[in-house]
Design a protein around this ligand. Sequence first.
Ligand SMILES: *[C@@H]1O[C@H](CO)[C@@H](O)[C@H](O)[C@H]1NC(C)=O
Ligand SMILES: *[C@@H]1O[C@H](CO)[C@@H](O)[C@H](O)[C@H]1NC(C)=O
Ligand SMILES: *[C@@H]1O[C@H](CO)[C@@H](O)[C@H](O)[C@H]1NC(C)=O
Ligand SMILES: *[C@@H]1O[C@H](CO)[C@@H](O)[C@H](O)[C@H]1NC(C)=O
Length: 478
Amino acid sequence: MFIHSALLALGATLAAAVQPLEVQGAYFVNPKTGNRFQVVGVAYQPGGSAGYNEEKKVDPLSNPDICLRDAALLQILGVNAIRVYNLNPNLNHDACASIFNAAGMYMILDVNSPLVGESLTSDKPWESYYAAYLNRTFAVVEAFKDYPNTLAFFSGNEVINEVSNGATVPPYMRAVTRDLKNYVKNHVSRPIPVGYSAADVRDVLFDTYNYFQCSLEGDDDNMSKVDIFALNSYSWCGESSFETSTFDDLVSGFTGTSVPVFFSEYGCNTPSPRVFTEVGTIYGSQMTGVFSGGIVYEYTQESNNYGLVEMNEDGTAKLRGDFETLQAQYAKLNFTEIQSQKPPTGETPKPPACSPSLITTKGFNNNFTIPVPPPGAEEIIKNGVSPKPSGKLIEISDWTVKYEVRNSNGNVITNLAVKPLADDAINEPGTNTEAGTGTGTSTGSSASSTPSKDAAPRTGAVVLPAMAMGALAVMAAI
Ligand SMILES: *[C@@H]1O[C@H](CO)[C@@H](O)[C@H](O)[C@H]1NC(C)=O
Ligand SMILES: *[C@@H]1O[C@H](CO)[C@@H](O)[C@H](O)[C@H]1NC(C)=O
Ligand SMILES: *[C@@H]1O[C@H](CO)[C@@H](O)[C@H](O)[C@H]1NC(C)=O
Ligand SMILES: *[C@@H]1O[C@H](CO)[C@@H](O)[C@H](O)[C@H]1NC(C)=O
């Protein structure tokens, strides 16, 4: 009996969770408050493409100590979402998902990976559309569907990036979206949205959007239509403006959208260091009526030089100047204002009916006959993946970051920890302000403003198997 009540008390603390969000018309909405949700996110793939390695059994959400370090830093930065590209459905993500949940952050997840057999290919897409591929995407859904902070799935990322693949990919991409949505409908207790992350290549962007968001006669409940549409956009560089960046064309092009639209990546890196002046515009009155925020590319510094934080193989890290610049831009926003907007009352915009007239670029596919599921796929969609990966929130007993992190001046950040938020709370700037910067630990030369030059050469994934489950005591949920 004694033990019983202790277990109950423990179980009770597990309840602290973000509110699962819904899509209502063209917006993400918190069903409890009725408020719109705007994505304030960062792309999260520590270790770059090497951070996903099937043989080493690692992906970006598999190492609790690393997630704890990064959730603390992202909480201080002020974001409310991460995007994760490459996930292995068969690894245990419970601790990382629980950490990001407690930190008040949602997860936008790609169901694909760059490995062969794990994504639809731009070239000859019919060759990559088969049951074992779909099974893997459904397994990702199974692995993440029970976390309350799973916000959305991307069925594809930049599979169309020029007219030549715009000619062949669209029907197959709609087919994958349909199969995933049917899987969610049959096996998930809430309607987690499924959508597409497009390349912002203007020759094909709006044809891609129209092809994916139009409604199709005879398509049962329009299952092949995207629930959300996002784009990876790098057209705002440096001290630009709404017009110079051509963000104004994006707003006019997406006005009247039937689905939420947001940036699944942004943050042009020339000139460097970045100034992130687009932040004020993205969350300002010129854009929020049409857009639902965006995701900055990207958290870790990799060879392509977009990182906010430099990671070392031993788990220590150092903020880049861009982290602090972005933090300062977020801090200028009025989050009360941003996260308390209501969706408009009345009818939500209807999608256009699919028709060749929606497609404007010569050579882009305008045939809306969607391929039937490949042999074997329908049984999996009906009966579920077998065996089924699964995930659940667990108790985290220690929120203290185990690794040394320095700010861009080289000073060690003290008291670094995730601050678990109350039930339903969403992270925003100012939520986690306990951390401080000590004095006298400056490393001098590393305070250089050209971090990419003095960054230590890195050879691969941040893998610390011995420490993975050790330093952070993780107790299984009751
Ligand atoms: C489907 O996915 C599960 C989970 O990853 C895996 O164990 C199973 O072998 C897969 N089945 C097929 C038919 O690919
Ligand atoms: C699906 O498309 C048809 C044809 O355009 C439309 O009548 C119907 O309302 C749509 N259904 C949904 C659920 O959007
Ligand atoms: C932030 O927005 C809220 C709601 O619109 C408003 O009441 C408040 O005065 C604003 N705060 C600042 C500092 O402008
Ligand atoms: C549309 O595509 C389907 C499937 O590939 C094909 O059978 C049909 O002939 C195409 N329609 C037109 C008008 O090209």
